[in-house]
Design a protein around this ligand. Sequence first.
Ligand code: 9Z3
Length: 402
Amino acid sequence: MSTNTTNTSTSSHQVVENAYFNSNPPPKALPQHVAAAESFIRQHAAANRRVVLVTSGGTTVPLEKQTVRFIDNFSAGTRGATSAEYFLESGYAVIFMHRQFSLLPYSRHYSHSTDCFLDFLHENPDGSVVANPTHQDKMLRVLRKYNAAKNQNCLLMIPFVTITDYLHELRAVAQLMRPLGPNGLLYLAAAVSDFFVPEDRMSEHKIQSTDATDLLKQQQGPTTITKEPREPEEETFDNFDSSPSVPRSKRLIVDLDPVPKFLKNLVDGWAPEGMIVSFKLETDPKILVHKAKYSLERYQHHLVIGNLLSTRKWEVVFVAPGHSDKWIRVPFSRRKKTLSGVEELVGAADRGAHEKNEPLDPSMLPEGEPEMEIESLIIPAVEELHSKHIESAAAKNTSKLA
Ligand code: 9Z3
C-alpha cells in the first residue's frame, strides 16, 4: 500500500518535472556549464573531497521573451557568497551557482557601490596603483584565499538569471553530483521566485503601454499579460493628470503560475544520497519555525535553515529531523561597536532575550551590519551535520554488506 502511494506520487512529480522542463527552454550556456561541472566534480570525487553546491542571489521572472521587463527580488547574494568562502576554508570544493552580477566569494569585499574597489586604491607619485595602507592587511588575506581557491581549482562559478535558467542548472548539476554520494552537499541559499510566466503565455516582444500597435497586435496569440479590451469611454483618458483613477485599458495585468516545488524531485531523484540544506525566508517571526518544519516534513530532506528578512544577518534557526530547533546568533559582544569603540548599548535590554529559543526583536538590534559574519557560525554547524550524514551513510552500507 505504502509502496503504491510512493510510486504514484513519484510519477506525478516526474510528470510535473517533464512538463516544466519540456515547455520552458534551458539557458544557452547550459551545455558549457554541465561540461565544466562534470570535470570539476570528477576531479574532486577522485580526491575524495566534499563538494558543496551553493546557490545564491535572486531569480528573475521575465515578462517578455525578448526581455525588457522582469520581476526580481531583494537578494544581493551576501549569504551565498559569504557561505562559499567559509566552505572553502573548511576544505570543501564549491560550485557557486549564482545570479549573474550578484556578490561573488572574495570579490564581494570590494564590489558594488557599498565597497567600490576604487576607494581601496591610491596612486603613488611614480604613477603605480597600490592598496591604501589601512586596507592592505585585509586585502592581502582576501587575495591569498582567492588565489588559493583558484590555483587549486576549488571554486567553480556558474551564473543564472531567470527562474527557469536556475531550475535547469540546478537539476543538471545536482544530477552530476550523484557520483559523490553522501560527500555531496546542496546548500540552497538562492532566493527563488515562487511564481512565473510560462513560456507559452509570454509575450514575444516588449509589452506596449499605448494603443499605437493595436491593429498589428491582432496577429499575435493570447498572452497572460494583457491589456483589458478598451471601453469606448476609456478612450478619453490620454493622461492621468486630471483623474486619480486609471482606466483598465491602461493597466498592466500580470497573471503568474506557481513554480512547481522541485525540492521533492531533488531529494528523491536528482541527488538522492547527498545532504540537502534549504533556506526558508519569512518576514513574520510568528510563522518562521512552523514554515521551516512544514518544508522539512513535506520534502523529507536534511536541514532547513530559517531566517527573517530583517534579522537574517544576526540569527538563523536550524530545523532538522530528530533535533530540537537550534538558534544560531551573532554573540551579543560581537553585535556592533559604536563609533567610539564602546559596545553598542542599544539592545542591552534584550541581553536575556538573546539566549531565548525565539526570534530576536529587530528593534533591539543596532543599526548597520554585525561585526561578525553569521556564516562563520552557520558553516561549521552545517559541516558537523554533514559529517554525521556521511557517517550514517557509511554505517548503512556496512550493515547492507553484512
Ligand atoms: C534565504 O533565505 C537566504 O538566506 C536569503 C539571503 C535570500 C535571505 P541575501 O542574498 O539574502 O544575503 O541578501 N534563501 C532562501 C529563500 C527562499 O527562496 N526559500 C524558499 C522559501 O522560503 C524555499 S527554497 O520558500
